[in-house]
Design a protein around this ligand. Structure first.
Ligand code: CAA
Ligand code: NAI
Length: 256
């Protein structure tokens, strides 16, 4: 059951990539804390499934599932228009979790795989943040929090992921810059850097590579999406009211 008075009571949250993995866990935790949640995903069936799950948790508030392709400006603009039409307000919490991998070694990496990852992970984060921030200002939202899901790989690099690592390092730099620009509007912007988390994204990683990674993680196991979501909750809530421009690692100690 959602708590009657949670940390986010009365807040409106937008979660991209909310149809799966980390995004879905974030939706759950934000709704549990009393937020109304807009679940936005390229996969509209998955987004509806998350919304149904949120409705089943209970609570006073209505949630919404909407389709979006975060890599396309028009699609992101329609998403924000639809949210404001439905709730009469801009979201005051935005979580950019939509992301993809197209792994290959540098010497085999094709241009489409490079572009696809940059367009969703980095450009998508830019498009959603820009559109949401403009709406927050228009609607005079008194305080807002934007949380970008980057990756520990953006710091460490990873064999087979030059596109993905570059996109996630870009998200970190983007986060720090946006935090400086938007602080005067009381909009905070932070990033979370997960390590290896049990979600569909890691299913395609060959078992031998997974074993190599587990050996490098001090906790000796992969993380759970819920363990990332609780840190997102901290950044979304007033518990982190003086925190902006930070990139918090949630990686079981993996840092090499
Ligand atoms: N770290 C260390 N070694 C790696 C590696 C990695 N990330 N990826 C591949 N290798 C090694 C393999 O173990 C293998 O070693 P051996 O020759 O000793 O057996 C060698 O590279 C060749 O690998 P493949 O036979 O798999 O080569 P391939 O051409 O068939 O596939 C690949 C290449 C697509 C890069 C594939 O190896 C792969 O998918 N690797 C995993 C990449 C990865 O780690 N992705 C993380 C996804 S999860 C994520 O991205 C979320 C996040 O933020 C953490
Ligand atoms: P996932 O694959 O389970 O979920 C990603 C979601 O994003 C899916 O529902 C997918 O439909 C959606 N999506 C993909 N492209 C989209 C687009 N163009 N527009 C809108 N939605 C789109 O992956 P996971 O693991 O939940 O990843 C979430 C975020 O966390 C990603 O940004 C990922 O890079 C990041 N991350 C994941 C880690 C992991 O180990 N699972 C580790 C570090 C970061």
């Amino acid at each position: 059951m959602a708590s009657p008075i949670g940390l986010l009571s009365g807040r409106l949250a937008l979660v991209t990539g909310g149809g799966s993995g980390i995004g879905r866990a974030v939706c759950h935790v934000l709704a549990r804390e009393g937020a109304r949640v807009v679940v936005a995903d390229l996969n509209s069936i998955a987004a509806e499934e998350t919304k149904k799950h949120l409705d089943d948790i209970g609570g006073r508030f209505e949630h919404l599932a909407l389709p979006v392709d975060v890599s396309v400006g028009r699609s992101v603009q329609s998403l924000i228009v639809d949210i404001r039409g439905k709730f009469n307000a801009a979201p005051s919490i935005v979580v950019n979790s939509a992301g993809i991998t197209r792994d290959n070694f540098l010497l085999k990496m094709d241009e489409n795989s490079w572009n696809a990852v940059m367009n969703v992970n980095l450009k998508g984060t830019f498009l959603v943040t820009q559109a949401a921030a403009a709406a927050m200002l228009d609607d005079k939202v008194p305080k807002s929090s934007i949380i970008n899901i980057a990756s520990i790989i953006g710091k460490t690099g990873n064999v087979g992921q030059c596109n993905y690592a570059a996109s996630k390092a870009g998200v970190e730099a983007f986060t720090r810059t946006v935090s400086k620009e938007l602080a005067k509007y009381n909009i905070r912007c932070n990033a979370v850097l997960p390590g290896f988390i049990e979600t569909p994204m890691v299913h395609s990683v060959p078992d031998k590579v997974k074993e190599k990674f587990k050996a490098l993680i001090p906790f000796g196991r992969m993380g759970l999406p819920e363990e990332v979501a609780e840190v997102v909750l901290f950044l979304a809530s007033d518990r982190s009211s003086y925190v902006t421009g930070n990139c918090i690692e949630v990686s079981g100690g993996l840092a090499t």
